[in-house]
Structure formats: C-alpha cells, structure tokens
Ligand binder design. Structure first.
Ligand code: C2E
Ligand code: MG
Ligand code: MG
Length: 762
C-alpha cells in the first residue's frame, strides 16, 4: 500500500489531535454517553449470562461477566465523574486515545466471550446470543459515534467475526441474521460517517462562531476602553445603537446641554445633537458623503465630530460610525494662537503678517482700488532712546489708539508693521482722499502725548502713499513703493505726505548703484578728497580751526555731495572706512597748515557708537604725528543720541586724550539742554539754517543769542555756521558768537597738493 494511503487511513482512524475544540467536544459527548454504553453492555451481558448459567461452566457464564462488570464499572466511574468537567485539549486527547486503544480489546473480549458461549444452550440461547451481539454492537456504535475511529474499530471487529462465525454455522436463520447484521452495519457505518462529519462541522462552526463572538467582544471592549468617544447609529430609525464608555463619560460632562443623559443615550435619536436633524440624517444615510467632519457648537462647548462609513466585507454600507470629542479648550487655544500670530501684542493692531495677508487678499479682488499708507513716526527713536523702552511702548500704544480713531470708518485695515512703522489701507484709489486721511493722521499724531503724569512728548509722522492698481497689484510691489514714497517724504523734511512717483524707483536704483560705486572707490580712494574750510575768530579774524569736509568725484556722475553719499555710507557700513580715510588725511594734511590751526573732523553716528573710533583716532594721530590738541571732532546732536551710552563713553575717552569735541548743527535736531548736559563740549556750532534767515527773522536771531549765552555759561566756544554776508557776520557778532564759518571767509578748498588734480576734474 502506498504510503499516502496508509497515512490517510491512519489519519482517519486517529484521534483528531490538531483540533482541540473537537477533542473537547468529543470528550464532553463521551462523558455523557459512555456511562450509558457501559451500563447497557453490562445489563445485556448479564441477561446473556443469566440464560447461559444453566448450560455453560460457571467461570464462563458468571466469572467472566463479573470481571467485565468490574472493568466496565471502572470505566463508568471514570466517565461519570468527568461529565461536568471542562477538560483541556491535552486531557481530552489523552482520554480519547485511551478509549481508542481500549475499543479493540473490549470488542475482542466481548466477541470472544459471546462466541465461547455459543456451543452451550439450545436454539433460543443461540438466538439470544446473536441478538445480544447485534444489539450491543449497535448500541456501541451509537454511543461511540463521536469518536469515529473507536466506533469503526468496534463495528469492524464485532461484525466481521460475527458474520464469519454465523455464516460458518450453516444455520439458515443464523446466516440470515448475519446477512442482516452486515447490511445494518453498512448502513450504520454510513450514518456514523455522516453524523461524525456533521458533528465535526458543527463543532467547527461553533468554534468559529465562538471565536467570532470573542473577537467581537474583545473589539467592543477595546472600543469601550479607547480614549476616543465612539457611537454607532442604526439606519432605520437613526437611533444610537452603540455607545462606548468614553462617549458616556463625555456625555456626562455636557448632559445639562442635551435632552438625553449618558444612561439614556443608547436607543436615543441622533437628532439630539443637531440643530438640523434632516441634514444630518441625509448625511448619515449616504456613504458617498462620508467621511465627514464637523464642528458642532453646543452652548458654550464645541464638539468635534467625525463620521465614517462602516461597511461589510462585500462593501455594502452597514451604517455610520461617529467619533467625537469635546474640543472647547482646543478651539480656544487655536483662537488664541491665531490671535497671537495675527495681532501685534503691544498695540492690539494687526501685525505685519496679518496686515500683509489681508492686503494680499484685497489685492486679489477684480475691482480692487485702494491706497496704502505707509506711516513712520518722526522722533520716536529719540524718545525711546532717551526715556526708555517702557515709555516708548506707552507712546506706541497711544499712537495706535489715535491711528485707529482717525482711521475709523475711513480705512479698512490698520496695522503695525514693526518698530515705529504703521500702515493703513483705504478703499479708494483717489489721491485726494488718501491725502486727506494721511493729513488727518499726521495732524492727530502731532498733538502732544501724555505718557505719564509728568512726561508729555511731541512726535510727528511722515507718510508714503502707493495706490493699487496704479502703482502695483501685488503686495511686495505696493509695500516697496509706499516705502519709497515714505523715504522721499522723510527726505523732504518729515511731517509730510508723499505719493509714490515713478521717478522714485529710479532714485532707489541710483542709490543702489551709487553704493556699489562708493564701495569700489574704497579700494583705491581715487576720487576722494578732503577739502578744508576755515573757522574764524570774529574778534581777531584769526583762523581758529579748519573743518575737514569730504568730497567725492564719481567718475560716472561728477561731484557727489556729502549730503547724498554720507547717508548711503552710513546705511551700508562703509562709513567706518570712509571715516578713517578722512581722519588720516586730515591729521596728515593739517601738519602743513601754515598757521598750525587745529583741524575739525566730522564723526557720524555709526562711528561714534562703534568700538573702532578711539583706536582709529589714536592711529591717525600717531601715524601723522599731529599734536593731539590740534584735533577736533564734530558730532551732531542726532549722532549723540543714536549712539547712546557707548558714544558718550568714546567721547570721554577721546577728550581725556586731549581731543576737542564740538557739538555740530546745534538747533536742527532735538535740541534740548539735556543734550548739552550729557557731555562737556568744547564747542557748539550753531546750524547754518538759523544764520541764513536771522537778519529777517527775529526768532532765529533770538535762538542764536540764546545759544551764544548758553555757550558762554558752559565754557564752550560758539561757532556760527553758514555766514555768507557781512550783515550775517554783524548779526552773529552782536548776538555773542565767538567764531564764524562760512563762504564769507572762505569756501571749503582742496589742499595745495590736490588743487591741480581737482581743477582738472569735470
Ligand atoms: P557740516 O559738518 O555741518 O559741515 C558744514 C557744511 O556747511 C558743509 O557742507 C559746508 O560746505 C557747508 N557750508 C559752510 N559754509 C557755508 C555757507 O556759507 N553757506 C552754505 N550754504 N553752506 C556752507 P558739506 O561739505 O556739503 O557737508 C555737508 C555735511 O556732510 C556736513 O555738515 C557733515 O555733516 C557731512 N560731512 C562732510 N564731510 C564729512 C565727513 O568726512 N564725515 C562725516 N561723517 N560727515 C561729513
Ligand atoms: Mg561739521
Ligand atoms: Mg555743521
């Protein structure tokens, strides 16, 4: 026989060890059926023994049944006591294997006993024996039905021996019985096979069902424990048919806002959560509209709802699953973050980001016509630097408030772009309208601000205006052009409104080009000259100093005034190098002044605050050999304030070396006595603008007199700048100035060495 057939027979006749659930089911069926089988076996055995006692020897008719009975009693006891036990698969396997092994022995034993009794007794006893064997084997097959192998073994052993034996007797009645029993046995084997197969599939089906149920239970338990609130809804009545524990817990928190409670939720209509139940029902019943997310506001609470479709294996829609959470806190946080990201915390206005985003959106509209006002405060920095940042902040808050008030109903948007820069948008491209709002803003900001009980300040504002779409349709262009207009407004003298002009763009480009050329010049210093202008003692007419004034001859443009290139150098950081150049040239060239007058060098704000000024001055003095008392440095008021403490420190160190320090352009900046108290200046230079109209205007003359008096009291020399006429000279002398500087006494001139080169330049 081929090995695989043998193995199939072996498998057929073996206990199904690989199916633990079947083993347990077989065991439990056996524990109920086998006691009965043994009892029937014993009773029918004793019935046969009783009819044969008269004929057969004692040991056979009585002794053997007694042994049988004892053996059967042991098995009955075993199965009877195990009927209520739930066995493990291993215990069941063990018991069934034992039954499987015992089955052939018991079958052989009983068959042998029956056949040994056959010679005793008459035809009745023989018939009884045949009946006994047939009926007992049927009982055994039925009772062993759940263990196919044991049932088959018993059937085959008993029936084949039975058939052969009775056929061999030659008795027609017994032969007929044998034939019947063979047929019955065949039928029973078929029934046994079918039943066994059904039993196995039933057990397997039950196992599968139980497992599925367990899985489901486990799943539900998991969903119950999930930190996500879950509900399901039946599609027929839109009633809630499942609620997990988290759902219940959350519902308890908002029960007061709902017509249901956590305990009555199951079976309630889902409509309780919605103001428009019809819409919700449509949504829930249509899987094509899922998944769906929504935020539901329930009184003060916000619920986040996510609905997804639950489908069967074949994709058919079983119903909606609702996951939800109370997100009130999260929503508040989101709003707070949004607010933080979009609001300027100090002023409460839109910040640069929010302002730009909003403007960008407005610019996208087809019928966009607007004016962008770029506002810069005049004089804010000074207050911030001198009074401290806390006062600066109070001022910005008040500016924002005034700005909002003025713009109310006129501007669609007001924002703080950073520092002391603000912006507003007006929904009109009309120049006149933009100008009137801008003027109203300037007017409002020019009014004094009361910052604390004892601090009142004045500032101003300059405004650049760009129109959309005329000057640009995109945010960057419009902002850049409004900024250019603002720059022009400031350059024209502050407190002004300036509309963007296309030429400004060219000016900006020119500035950029000029910066590049200035940078290139600093490689060779070709085209840079220092001119000198005398400062004269009014009384003696003697030169008290010469001011060094930088001149640049730009190959591409001829002479460029210092008023143009010095600010560029300051902004681009080139001033350090330029300043050192002037310092060195001035110290060197002053040595050849015939009258040994001191030389005055201008120092810009950027230089003053830096840590290279003092070493640069020392180096220039050392390299040239100029005596330190022949060097003066001129510092403007604004430079002094911008440079703050570091600047004053530098000046003190320089003055300690013996360098004289002059306060330049006094009266133009934010002149105040406190500036004069900040440092003991050797000289105060009254700005040329006062001298210019002093003859006609008494106020200017009064200012000159006041400064001259102040200088005397402080022990500083006062110099009147820009004296061009004898009348002006008379006036400044009358008002008490000690020195004069101006075209009347001489224009800035090149040194003798540079004169020839300069005269050749175009
Ligand atoms: P500043 O220091 O006040 O120099 C005096 C300015 O007045 C000079 O202009 C001079 O030419 C001009 N000036 C002198 N007398 C008269 C007059 O009678 N009438 C008129 N209308 N003007 C007169 P400049 O040379 O154009 O310089 C302008 C400014 O540029 C200077 O003003 C100074 O602040 C700055 N500057 C010039 N050279 C340097 C430098 O080397 N370094 C720095 N940081 N700044 C410089
Ligand atoms: Mg000067
Ligand atoms: Mg000056």
């Amino acid at each position: 026989m081929k090995w695989w057939r043998l193995s199939r027979i072996q498998a057929f006749m073996a206990v199904p060890r690989d199916n633990p659930e079947l083993l347990k089911a077989q065991y439990s069926a056996f524990s109920r059926q086998l006691p009965m089988m043994y009892l029937i076996l014993m009773s029918s055995t004793w019935a046969v023994a009783a009819t044969h006692m008269r004929y057969a020897p004692f040991w056979l008719a009585t002794g053997v049944p007694v042994l049988f009975t004892l053996a059967c009693a042991v098995r009955v006891y075993f199965w009877w006591t195990s009927r209520n036990k739930v066995p493990t698969a291993a215990v069941a396997l063990h018991a069934l294997q034992r039954t499987n092994r015992l089955a052939p022995f018991i079958a052989i034993f009983f068959t042998a006993w029956a056949l040994m009794l056959f010679p005793y007794g008459d035809a009745y006893e023989k018939s009884h024996l045949a009946f006994y064997m047939a009926i007992t084997v049927i009982t055994c097959i039925f009772c062993l039905m759940h263990l196919r192998s044991a049932a088959m073994t018993v059937t085959l052993i008993v029936n084949s021996v039975f058939a052969v034996f009775f056929l061999a007797t030659g008795e027609p009645a017994l032969i007929a019985s044998a034939a019947t029993i063979i047929l019955v046995s065949i039928g029973m084997i078929v029934v046994l096979m079918v039943n066994y197969r059904d039993f196995v599939s039933m057990v397997n089906a039950q196992t599968r069902a139980r497992r599925r149920e367990e899985d489901q239970r486990r799943l539900l338990r998991m969903i119950d424990d999930l930190p996500v609130a879950v509900m399901t809804v039946d599609l027929d009545g839109f009633r809630i048919n499942y609620v997990n524990e988290t759902s219940r817990l959350l519902i308890r928190r908002i029960e007061h806002l709902l017509p249901v409670t956590a305990d009555t939720l199951l079976g309630a209509s889902i409509d309780v959560f919605h103001r428009h139940p019809e819409y919700q029902r449509q949504l829930l019943s249509d899987p094509a509209r899922l998944p769906h997310s929504a935020r539901i506001t329930l009184g003060p609470e916000v619920l986040d709802l996510k609905v997804s479709a639950v489908t069967d294996d074949d994709g058919s829609y079983l119903g909606p699953m609702l996951r939800w959470a109370i997100v009130t806190k999260e929503v508040e946080t989101e709003e707070r973050i949004h607010q933080l990201a979009h609001t300027d915390m100090l002023t409460g206005l839109a910040n640069r980001f929010a302002f730009s985003e909003d403007l960008k959106e407005q610019l996208l509209a087809d019928d966009c016509h607007l004016a962008l006002l770029y506002i810069d405060l005049d004089g804010f920095k000074l207050i911030n630097d001198t009074r401290g940042h806390r006062i600066g902040d109070i001022l910005l808050e008040q500016v924002a408030r005034r700005l909002s008030d003025v713009c109310e109903g006129k501007a669609t948007e007001v924002g703080r772009l950073g520092g002391d820069e603000f912006a507003a948008v007006i929904q009109s491209e009309c120049e006149v309208q933009a100008d009137s709002v801008a003027r109203a803003i300037i007017e409002a900001l020019c009014e004094p601000f009361t910052l604390t009980s004892d601090i009142n300040v004045h500032i101003g504002a300059s405004i650049g205006v760009a129109l959309a779409p005329a000057h640009g349709r995109d945010l960057d262009t419009l902002l850049a052009r409004a900024d250019m207009a603002l720059y022009a407004a400031k350059a024209a003298g502050k407190g002004r409104v300036q509309l963007f002009q296309p030429e400004m763009e060219a000016l900006v480009q020119e500035r950029v080009a000029l910066e590049a050329r200035l940078r290139a010049v600093l490689d060779t210093y070709d085209g840079l000259f220092v001119f000198y202008q005398p400062i004269v003692n009014i009384e003696t007419g003697q030169i008290t100093a010469r001011e060094a004034l930088l001149r640049w001859h730009d190959g591409a443009r001829s002479w460029v005034g210092p008023g143009e290139f010095i600010p560029i150098a300051e902004q681009s950081g080139l001033i350090e190098q330029l300043g050192s150049f002037v310092l060195q040239a001035a110290c060197r060239e002053a040595l050849s002044f015939p009258d040994e007058a001191p030389v005055a060098v201008n120092v810009s704000a950027t230089q003053l605050g830096g840590d290279r000024l003092v070493p640069a001055v020392i180096a220039a003095l050392q390299q040239s050999g100029l005596p330190v008392e022949r060097l003066e440095l001129e510092i403007t008021e604004t430079a002094l304030l911008t440079a703050e403490a570091a600047g004053i420190d530098n000046l003190s160190r320089l003055r300690a070396l013996g360098v004289k320090i002059a306060l330049d352009d006094f009266g133009t900046g934010y002149s105040s006595l406190s500036n004069l108290q900040m440092f003991p200046f050797d000289k105060i230079k009254i700005d040329g603008s006062f001298v210019k109209n002093a003859v006609e205007r008494h106020e200017s003359a009064a200012v000159i007199r006041a400064i001259a008096d102040l200088g005397k009291r402080l022990g500083a020399r006062t110099v009147a700048e820009g004296v061009e006429t004898p009348e002006q000279l008379d006036l400044v002398r009358r008002e008490g100035c000690m020195d004069v500087q101006g075209y009347l006494y001489g224009r800035p001139q090149p040194t003798a060495g540079d004169r020839a080169t300069v005269s050749r330049l175009p």
